[in-house]
Design a protein around this ligand. Sequence first.
Ligand SMILES: [Fe+2]
Length: 262
Amino acid sequence: MTPSGLEHAVAARFAAFTDPYVSAPGDAFAFRLKIDHTLRVLGIAKAIVQAEKLPEHLALACHLAALMHDVGRFPQYRQYRTFRDTVSANHAGLSVRHALREKMLEGATVETRRLVLGAVYLHNKRTLPRLRSAGMDTVARVVRDSDKLDIYQVMIEHFSQKNPPHPEVALDVKDEPGAYSSKVIEAVLRRKPGDYEDIVYINDFKIMTIGWLYDLNFRASCRMLHERGYLETLFAGLPKDTLLNTLREHVRADLAQRLEGA
Ligand SMILES: [Fe+2]
């Protein structure tokens, strides 16, 4: 099978897998969100792959992994009616299990399957250590960046209340416009990812999302982040004080440096 033939086949299998979930009465809205998210993540992954000029076999694995990464969201939501892994199941593990069970990667080489399933399994780990397999490392990082770049958009829409609250953003947090937690902002100032456990206020969520800059792996991803203005939009929705101004200056300088390829 040619790479594009295989990609078409996997996309068709993904559609066939998700169709019954959307057709069942009740939760079509939640499932539709995940389908749309997946297709946007695929689009972003394609853009990164192209900008970074990845070789064909890695490009294919990136595209397939983007398509497969949230397959587990469907059985997860049907069984537990939540997208919160901590109170249900690790959805990345579910994605691997269901991709295998449904033979979604049939026609792919053993090596491509290894890259795809590895990247799918690693996509929601809090941090990713440098992997011994350079190919797997690249594919996992493309999927993680693509996923994050789409979640930025989802978060911003949620914060701006353009959309009604939806289950994709499970915000069990206090809505106090002037408040944020020092632990979260200190982590980002140290260029470390924030911890979900430290989140108390909506602003903590915004600050943590800003900190994802430090978890982006490719210059193409930073460029997209910059072009879409996500960080500035998030800062605009935060209180204005000295500490947040300092954070803004740090983050701006770091992003500029990443864009230069330093
Ligand atoms: Fe996911």
